[in-house]
Design a protein around this ligand. Structure first.
Ligand SMILES: NC(=O)c1ccc[n+]([C@@H]2O[C@H](COP(=O)([O-])OP(=O)(O)OC[C@H]3O[C@@H](n4cnc5c(N)ncnc54)[C@H](OP(=O)(O)O)[C@@H]3O)[C@@H](O)[C@H]2O)c1
Length: 333
């Protein structure tokens, strides 16, 4: 920490790294101190748009920089394990993009390492920090919908030549489940908890990863979740939470700050839009602010997105993959 500022590093200068770097400017007590890219030209372009003190062509050099407090891992999920371990092994706090790892074995090892070294580690599940999602949690906590009986979520977009190559590449953890379906699973378990039964089936792309997947959760208390993700069609990308006293719809794109919360009590077509304050930005500044707060308190784990939350999410993703027969090379290591 320099004065009251937390000094950030960004590892990997791809698409999401750019959005995150832009939002970091909205965090008063954050400073972008260093960036690392494998590619010289990418590094220069990134540094031009987001100036900072250090620029490296090596991820290791970033991890070794003594002036960096925390590193944001923005590489494909296939590399989160390797890059998070690299940073933790240099005693750097880490905010790691979702999917946190390829499987729960990797996730467990990453968390164990952070705990042993007493270094902060959090999965960048940004939705959990967004104002509209916090409002949803508040409504559910005061039982505004009665007993929740179902969670119905869809997330889909039609990929194009401009979409990242990693989406369909099995070596980079491609497939709709780990990329977008993870948000559907996150909401279902955040609202209903760990399912008692999981079913899943998928349609493979020509590369073998899931281009569409349908997931069903069943709970012994009578609740269900139906989750669908697709890389081949544009879907409403909405989430519905249905209870005995009403239902809530998180409108298009339910996982982003652009979503609104619509509440209907008893009569489904009468919907009240719940007001939520919105700040400018993509929405990544909320999680970054939270990380800063945790670091200033000396925490090694977020009380909001806990290690147990990440492990449960990864374990459930493993079970879904098992049911739908989605395998990655890293599973065999
Ligand atoms: N939270 C969100 O809203 C959100 C949104 C999009 C993506 N994500 C997550 O963020 C991660 C990155 O996604 P992205 O869309 O930013 O991907 P991307 O545009 O492809 O960028 C990934 C970057 O990772 C680096 N990298 C390191 N090893 C690589 C390899 N073997 N192959 C390809 N790239 C490699 C590259 O950076 P350098 O060449 O600069 O080293 C590359 O530009 C994914 O895990 C994804 O799930 C999160």
């Amino acid at each position: 920490m320099k004065g009251s500022k937390i000094r950030w590093g960004i590892l990997g200068c791809g698409r999401i790294a750019r959005k995150f770097a832009a939002d970091l400017r909205l965090v008063d007590d954050a400073e972008l101190t260093a960036i690392a890219s494998r590619n010289k030209e990418t590094l220069e372009l990134f540094a031009k748009d987001f100036p900072c003190k250090y620029q490296y062509n090596s991820y290791e050099a970033l991890a070794m920089n003594g002036e960096v407090d925390v590193i944001y891992i923005a590489t494909p999920h296939s590399h989160h394990y390797e890059h998070t371990m690299l940073c933790l092994n240099h005693d750097k706090a880490v905010l790691c993009e979702k999917a946190f790892a390829i499987n729960s074995r990797q996730a467990g090892e990453m968390i164990k390492n952070a705990k042993e070294r007493k270094v902060f580690l959090m999965e960048a599940l940004w939705t959990k920090f967004l104002p509209h999602y916090k409002k949803l949690q508040e409504l559910l906590q005061r039982k505004a919908l009665g007993d929740i009986k179902s969670v119905l979520v869809n997330f889909g977009f039609k990929t194009s030549d401009k979409s990242p190559q990693r989406l369909f590449n099995p070596l980079l953890g491609g497939g709709s489940l780990l990329d977008i379906g993870i948000y559907n699973v996150f909401i279902a378990i955040n609202v209903l908890g760990k399912p008692d039964l999981i079913e899943a089936t998928m349609i493979p792309s020509s590369t073998g990863v899931d281009e569409q997947i349908a997931v069903l959760f069943k709970y012994n208390n009578g609740a269900m979740a139906q989750l669908f993700s697709s890389f081949v069609t544009n879907l409403p990308t909405q989430a519905e939470i249905n209870g005995t006293e009403g239902c809530i719809t998180l409108t298009t794109r339910f996982y982003e700050p652009s979503a609104t919360i619509q509440l209907s009590k008893k009569i489904p077509y009468e919907r009240e839009v719940i007001a939520v304050e919105k700040e400018p930005g993509f929405g990544y500044h909320y999680e970054a602010r939270h990380v800063n707060e945790c670091l200033k308190k000396g925490l090694i784990e977020s009380p909001v997105m806990t290690h147990a939350d990440t492990l449960l999410l990864m374990e459930i993703l493993d079970t879904i993959r098992n049911k739908a027969r989605i395998e990655y090379p890293q599973d065999k290591l």
